[in-house]
Ligand binder design. Structure first.
Ligand code: ATP
Length: 356
């Protein structure tokens, strides 16, 4: 699936003795926990003694073994050592961010999911092409700030976790806040309720919502807790605060479990299906866990403002299952589901279908 020859590396692996490895951060507690539940050995890559100390504090989720590095770039020099351990890497948002997208793409280790998806999600314009051509509705884009007629959200490119984003209701407000040297996108600010939908797509199993190839599960839903926007009203209205120069921010600090109105669920599956089917045409498929970040309007319409193409931290409230995953298998977390997929693929000799 990438230019690397992962098949050759896999050919040398003892696939009955895989080690699940990831960077100690983001959702790694859940990944190690799930991998251990499925009987895998686990390895945590950690920078600094404090990290190891923290990850050592959870007996059910601490990795069996730590690989200590001075900085994340060192992982690139340790691939032979990791290959000897039959390591399969589970990427998460921090893993990709710490390593950098280019280095992640060149990492010479079998990695869960399809790495080609990075090219489609890391640029907001290309991401929009994928999602809109799949039939999803996205927030309207405002190309010229002079055309701002209703509230918009201004997003800097590459910003992670909403850092630096701001709301503007007029062109004048936009001009006051914009840092023109940084590339940005202006989007309609969608009024509604935010839902972050966690899916799992298996190209090799047919035991869920059936697609042309494989099947789709919806494992859980969360809402992000974002500071300061979610608590700003404790001090006054946004308008009042903006007058004295206090602007709300969108920095993620936590995740809240959500159950969706049941009549919306068929739409959730339909959207997941559309995204997967289109991804199969465009780049060989989005494999494993992914998340659609949405706002539901008062007309009960989903507007999708972002896709994350791997496990998201919003699945962390569900280490012991969610109201949806429990209906698939009691106690099923996304971490455990990933481990199950690797186990099944190893057993049926299909690892090259889910690793890249
Ligand atoms: P991440 O990569 O962590 O998902 P990001 O930096 O790409 O974050 P977004 O997810 O696009 O940022 O947006 C950050 C937050 O801003 C969202 O969680 C949501 O609260 C808010 N937001 C984003 N787009 C919109 C929109 N069009 N309308 C209303 N709110 C939005």
């Amino acid at each position: 699936m990438t230019d690397l020859n992962i098949d050759d590396i896999l050919a040398e692996y003892d696939t009955s003795n895989i080690t699940i490895a990831t960077v100690c951060s983001h959702s790694s507690l859940q990944l190690f926990h799930g991998a251990k539940q499925e009987g895998f050995k686990t390895l945590g890559i950690a920078v600094g003694e404090e990290r190891r100390r923290f990850y050592d504090a959870f007996p059910k989720a601490k990795p069996d073994e730590f690989l200590m590095v001075d900085n994340y770039q060192d992982i690139l020099d340790l691939t032979s050592e990791l290959q000897e351990k039959n390591a399969v890497i589970i990427p998460h948002g921090s893993f990709v961010e710490y390593l950098g997208a280019d280095k992640f793409l060149s990492l010479n280790l079998p990695t869960f999911g399809n790495r080609n998806v990075l090219r489609w999600e890391s640029d907001r314009n290309i991401e929009r092409k994928w999602l809109e051509s799949a039939g999803l509705t996205m927030p309207r884009e405002v190309k010229n700030p002079k055309n701002i007629e209703s509230p918009v959200i201004v997003k800097y490119h590459g910003a992670k976790g909403g850092r630096g984003f701001f709301i503007a209701k007029t062109y004048e407000e936009f001009q006051k806040r914009i840092q023109p040297k940084k590339p940005y996108t202006i989007q309609e600010f969608v009024m509604g309720t935010r839902y972050y939908l966690h899916y799992f797509y298996s190209p090799i199993q047919n035991n869920a919502y059936k697609l042309n190839k494989g099947s789709l599960q919806m494992l859980s839903i969360d809402r992000r807790d974002e500071t300061t926007i979610d608590e700003v009203q404790r001090l006054g209205s946004i308008a009042e605060l903006e007058e004295i120069g206090i602007h709300p921010t969108f920095v993620v600090t936590g995740n809240i479990p959500i159950v969706l109105r049941e009549s919306l669920l068929p739409k959730v599956f339909k959207m997941g299906e559309q995204v997967v089917e289109r991804s199969l045409d465009l780049f060989g498929g989005i494999i494993g866990s992914f998340c659609l970040e949405t706002v539901v309007t008062e007309n009960l319409e989903f507007k999708v403002f972002e896709i994350s193409a791997r496990i998201v931290a919003g699945t962390n409230p569900y280490v012991n299952g969610s109201p949806y995953s429990d209906l698939i298998e009691p106690g099923l977390s996304t971490g455990k589901r990933i481990a199950q997929e690797i186990k099944y693929a190893a057993k049926t000799d299909q690892l090259n279908e889910i690793l890249s």
